[in-house]
Design a protein around this ligand. Structure first.
Ligand code: GDP
Length: 476
């Protein structure tokens, strides 16, 4: 804070003291304290989240219209279980993926790209995310990734609109992504596509053949009927969206899948969304960075570069980023390392916080498995005398087996920084004749930090002693 304001640390500390905050140089200040101190030095404070800080937005600048070229649509297939999502994805992959030198054997890498090989759309491409279902779609969206341009909702013609069909429609509509309906299994005896159209109309979805705006296509994923027509309709939808990207810029996109391969190390499937990714580029994804050593497409072919809307496996990252993480190509390794380090730090802090914290009831359990030797306590009280008396008594509860450590004590209400300290040190907070502030309470709930409030010292000591002996009965 001092260096941000370009003043000395001593000045900040003495300003804090004047406000009644006794702080040391390596202490974390809470938001309130920062606000007050900054004001004292005539600064305005703007809080941004840690995630925000390490976004790479400098290189994600807008492209000039003249640099933009059409790009292939990226499609996700959703629908009710057993309605044929996987079959449809498999059929398209088997028949449409340009077979490579490996003899046309395609591997699952999380996404693939097809090229139309006949008809008026010959030569046009479509990229498919090949994790069917809306879980992947929602997980990506939850991470802020906008990948899918068009959703194909599969409905089995021998069934009807089902709960997951509705969910798929809702997800797509919420994301503002257009839908093309695939009415599947029309080869089956008893298939009734008309009933599906009627079902959909009851959901306020009017398909084209009923005069509505939603394109639909009858297909059989098993027999390969209507697949070309379905893909034509997807391309028509794509044309309306006027999808464009600039292939001549540093590349950005999204991680689709990542895994550890025995022979090849970490393998990350990414979908290039803008620019062109090249072998040798410095790539940053989540908290990992490295040079792209090699790239492999879904047919197993090594490729040197991947343009917009191309899914590709990347070798060269030292770890597995999460699906939905954004990737960026950086100018220098140093720049990439800086951001990767910051992200790693955030990740570490978050996982420390996510760990289950100690509670009085937990002590018995941890003792039973021999994993409990020290109880960390923070003591806050209304007057100095009682804080000292309570702390002394608690220290005396130490046995050979379990030590009590007072990691912080003080006079005043339980503050945000008390709770944060408890969180990093895995401590419980004891308040004697004081209460937590609203913020402290909120964070304690979030981080699951136990705060115990007492108004009689004797009660506090008894309860902690019982807990240390594993005698405290769990609360209802
Ligand atoms: P998912 O759960 O939506 O991925 O559905 P699957 O693709 O696993 O298909 C469920 C079942 O329906 C499988 O037994 C498929 O063989 C069958 N199936 C899928 N598409 C068709 C089709 O067009 N016609 C017929 N007759 N069966 C199909």
């Amino acid at each position: 804070l001092a260096s941000l304001m370009d003043v000395s640390v001593t000045e900040v500390i003495s300003a804090a003291m004047k406000m009644g905050m006794f702080v040391s140089i390596n202490q974390r200040l809470d938001a309130e304290a920062i606000q007050m101190l900054a004001l004292d030095f005539d600064f305005d404070v703007q809080f941004i989240s840690a995630e925000e800080e390490v976004k790479v937005d400098t290189i994600e600048k807008e492209d000039a219209d003249s640099d933009l070229l059409p790009r292939a649509p990226i499609v996700t297939i959703m629908g009710h279980v057993d309605h044929g999502k996987t079959s449809l994805l498999d059929y398209i992959r088997r028949t449409k993926v340009a077979s490579g030198e490996a003899g046309g054997i395609t591997q699952h890498i999380g996404a693939y790209s097809v090229e139309i090989n006949e008809g008026p759309n010959k030569g046009k491409k479509i990229a498919f995310l090949d994790t069917p279902g809306h879980e992947a779609f929602t997980a990506m969206r939850a991470r802020g990734a906008k990948v899918t341009d068009i959703v194909i909702v599969v409905v089995a013609a021998d069934d009807s609109v089902m709960p997951q069909t509705r969910e798929a429609i809702n997800h797509a509509q919420n994301a503002g992504v257009p839908i093309v309906f695939a009415i599947n299994k029309i080869d089956k005896v008893g298939a009734n596509p008309a009933k599906i159209r009627e079902d959909l109309s009851k959901e306020n979805i009017l398909v084209e053949s009923w005069g509505g705006k939603y394109q639909e296509q009858e297909v059989s994923a098993k027999k390969g009927i209507g697949i070309n027509e379905l893909l034509d309709k997807v391309l028509l939808e794509a044309e309306l969206l006027d999808l464009k990207a600039n292939p001549n810029r540093t590349s950005v996109g999204t991680v689709v899948e990542a895994s550890l391969d025995k022979g090849r190390g970490y393998v990350t499937t990414v979908l290039v969304q803008n620019g062109t990714l090249k072998v040798g580029d410095v790539i940053l994804a989540g908290q990992y960075f490295g040079r792209v050593k090699a790239m492999v497409d879904a047919t197993g072919n090594r490729i040197k570069q991947a343009g917009p809307s191309t899914p590709v496996q990347v070798l060269g990252l030292p770890g597995a980023p999460q699906a939905g993480d954004r990737f960026n190509v950086m100018d220098t390794e140093r720049e990439a390392r800086d951001i990767a380090n910051k992200r790693e730090q955030i990740h570490r802090e978050q996982s420390i916080r996510a760990k289950k914290h100690i509670t009085l009831e937990e002590i018995g359990r941890r003792k039973a498995i021999g994993a409990f030797h020290q109880l960390n306590v923070i003591v806050k009280g209304d007057v100095d005398g009682s804080v000292e008396a309570l702390s002394d008594s608690l220290l005396k509860l130490s046995t050979e087996e379990v030590q009590v450590a007072i990691i912080h004590k003080g006079v005043g209400q339980i503050s945000e920084s008390d709770v944060l300290l408890a969180s990093t040190a895995d401590a419980i907070v004891i308040g004697f004749q004081v209460r937590p502030s609203t913020n402290a309470r909120k964070i304690a709930d979030q981080e699951e930090i136990e705060i115990r409030l007492y108004s009689i010292i004797y009660d506090a000591i008894n309860e902690i002693r019982d807990a240390m002996e594993g005698l405290l009965a769990p609360k209802e």
